[in-house]
Ligand binder design. Structure first.
Ligand code: C2E
Ligand code: MG
Ligand code: MG
Length: 587
């Protein structure tokens, strides 16, 4: 049989040795009883070294205790629990408590029990959890829930620092080929939805197929969104570059399937650049940012090669990228300092009676008077302008300048002035929101009649998609004429010509230049003219350089011709001289 006093004694013994501080106090704070742990914890903060009154001892860190106790009305119960009291820095040594947790309980009218514990570790752990959460949030993309650029950089830093023997890694940098266009035509909400679907497909393509348990596929993989429509995959533990390329191919296949976004079917190819860890560092990439940049450069090259493909980074790409960046910076300056100008190439009418109509029209072609390089042709800067978003400014400049010149010729020459102005358009211009408004504005401020303006688009562009077609119809609605440029070089064929809202087909120079030597090219020209005629479209032969080429296209009934045989592109004044001399010749 147990004596109840034995049990009480055991409890007191237990509490006495417990790793928590216990203090029994009177309502005024006077300490009645204190276990060793309590004195350990309280001694360092006891100002005068005495532990006679708990309230006095705790006053510097928990001054509210006496008031809390005084306001507590019940006969007994918990006054406060787990109150956190950080110690002032001068009282904390390394390894000693930094935060105390204090609980106070009313036992009866005469006695209170205080429980004091060292909460340092607990608080540290809480802070770590909080920090980790914050860090994760800062390393996660809110839209796709994928890791973000920060997370990728961290992972790459770790991989770069690792000894080489630990296996190879590859960085895949992806960018959608037409995201901006989709965003502009379907709206930002649709764009966001598309990005989420893209993220899902990338994750899906990285998961090993469930039917194949492959020990090697359990390598480290990180899929992240690092910018607007830019995604990165880091593949670790790769045995060979071919393996990484195979994964790249699998991702691109998954991304090429049509998407369903807000009821629309959307197709969007992806360009992918691959940087192979070891090679990248051989080429001088030393840190995470440089490897990411290399993969990004390869992605841009993939896009320039037509998109919807992957390319592996090579050192020579870095120089090309630097050159492009240089052109971009200079082009910005060129726009600001008005180094761009427009030249005009006559487009002559090939009259059925064998005559030539020299004032039929002109094509405006942009040039750049570079302070060092001299006159730079458009192929060297139009693509860069498209890539860096400067094409809008370049295009608006050419359109406005040429419309003004055109109207100026009319004032000076009247009926003898060119009757049609052709201006080239780039795909990026058609994609820009509000661009139609700036065309309308330019028509208005220059006073040119819309039917005297012909905008030229390349066939690959015109065939592109619904959004582009829509824009072309808007231009038609303004009364502007449309021409299909470089016909024969792109994707669309004679059989799809009727789908395009164009008035004129320009037969590419590559056909015309062989018109008098190759029967094959002659047949193609003839067929193009016939099909165009049947659709009510006119034809222009581009790049006529010789009399015999001119004779052939005339015999094929091309309505107009253009080329060095008639004239090279000329500055405005020289064009007027050219017109004058030919007027005399005809007259
Ligand atoms: P395009 O629209 O097909 O223009 C005709 C190009 O062929 C011009 O080159 C012209 O100088 C050249 N050309 C004309 N006749 C002959 C010939 O008999 N022989 C040879 N070898 N070439 C001839 P350019 O001016 O260098 O322009 C190249 C391309 O750049 C243009 O092709 C057009 O696609 C683009 N481009 C020019 N100006 C602009 C512009 O203002 N905006 C846009 N977006 N693109 C432009
Ligand atoms: Mg053209
Ligand atoms: Mg052309």
């Amino acid at each position: 049989m147990h004596d109840p006093s034995d049990a009480y004694e055991a409890l007191v013994q237990f509490l006495y040795r417990a790793p928590i501080g216990l203090a029994q106090i009177a309502p005024d704070g006077t300490v009645d009883m204190l276990n060793p742990m309590a004195s350990n914890l309280l001694m360092p903060i006891a100002r005068d070294g005495g532990l006679d009154n708990l309230y006095a001892v705790l006053a510097p860190i928990a001054p509210q205790l006496p008031q809390l106790a005084a306001e507590f009305r019940d006969a007994s119960g918990v006054i406060c629990e787990g109150l956190r009291a950080p110690l002032p820095p001068e009282l904390t040594a390394p390894g000693s408590p930094q935060v105390l947790a204090i609980s106070l309980m009313k036992l009866d009218g005469e006695r209170l029990m205080a429980v004091v514990t060292d909460a340092t570790l607990e608080v540290q752990r809480e802070q770590e959890t909080l920090l980790r959460r914050l860090r994760n949030a800062a390393r996660t993309d809110a839209l796709t829930r994928m890791p973000n650029r920060e997370a990728v950089r961290e992972q790459l830093q770790h991989l770069v620092a690792r000894p080489l023997a630990a296996g190879e890694f590859a960085v895949l940098f992806m960018n959608c080929d037409r995201f901006r266009q989709i965003n502009d035509t379907l709206g930002q909400a649709a764009g966001d939805e598309l990005l989420v679907q893209i993220a899902d497909r990338i994750r899906g393509a990285l998961r090993p197929p469930s039917d194949r348990i492959d020990a090697h596929s359990s390598t480290g993989q990180l899929a992240a969104r690092v910018g607007g429509d830019e995604f990165v995959v880091v593949l670790d533990g790769m045995r060979a570059r071919e393996d990484a390329e195979r994964v790249a191919g699998r991702i691109l296949d998954a991304l090429a399937r049509p998407y369903r976004v807000q009821g629309h079917e959307v197709v969007c190819g992806t360009s992918l650049g691959l940087a192979w860890g070891a090679e990248s560092s051989h080429c001088g990439a030393r840190d995470a940012d440089e490897i990411l940049r290399d993969a990004g450069i390869a992605m841009v090259e993939a896009k320039r090669a037509g998109g919807a493909r992957h390319l592996v980074f090579e050192a020579s790409m870095r120089e090309r990228a630097a050159r492009r960046a240089g052109i971009e910076a200079e082009l910005r300056q060129a726009l600001a300092e008005e180094q761009l100008f427009v030249v005009y190439q006559p487009v002559v009418g090939l009259l059925p009676d064998g005559g030539t109509d020299y004032a039929a029209g002109v094509e405006a072609l942009v040039r750049w008077r570079h302070p060092v390089r001299g006159v730079v042709p458009p192929i060297e800067f139009i693509t860069v302008a498209e890539e860096c978003g400067l094409i809008g400014a370049v295009g608006d400049f050419v359109l406005e300048r040429s419309c003004r010149d055109f109207m100026d010729w009319r004032t000076r020459l009247g009926e003898a002035a060119p009757r049609l102005l052709a201006v080239n358009l780039s795909r990026a211009q058609l994609g820009q929101p509000g661009w139609i408004d700036s065309v309308r504005r330019i028509l208005q401020v220059t006073g040119i009649a819309p039917e005297q303006l012909q905008l030229e688009v390349t066939e690959s562009l015109a065939a592109q998609d619904q959004g582009i077609q829509q824009r072309l119809h808007e231009l038609k609605a303004l009364g502007i004429q449309l021409a299909l440029d470089d016909f024969g070089t792109g994707y669309s064929s004679l059989s799809s010509l009727h789908l395009l809202p164009v008035d004129t087909v320009k037969i590419d120079r590559s056909f015309v230049s062989q018109a008098d030597t190759s029967r094959h090219h002659q047949v193609l020209i003839e067929a193009t003219v016939k099909v165009a005629e049947s659709l009510g479209m006119k034809t222009v032969a581009e790049g006529i350089e010789t009399q015999s080429q001119a004779d052939v296209v005339r015999a094929q009934c091309c309505a107009k011709g253009q080329g060095y045989f008639y004239s090279r592109p000329l500055p405005s004044d020289a064009l007027l001289d050219w017109l004058a001399s030919h007027e005399e010749a005809t007259a």
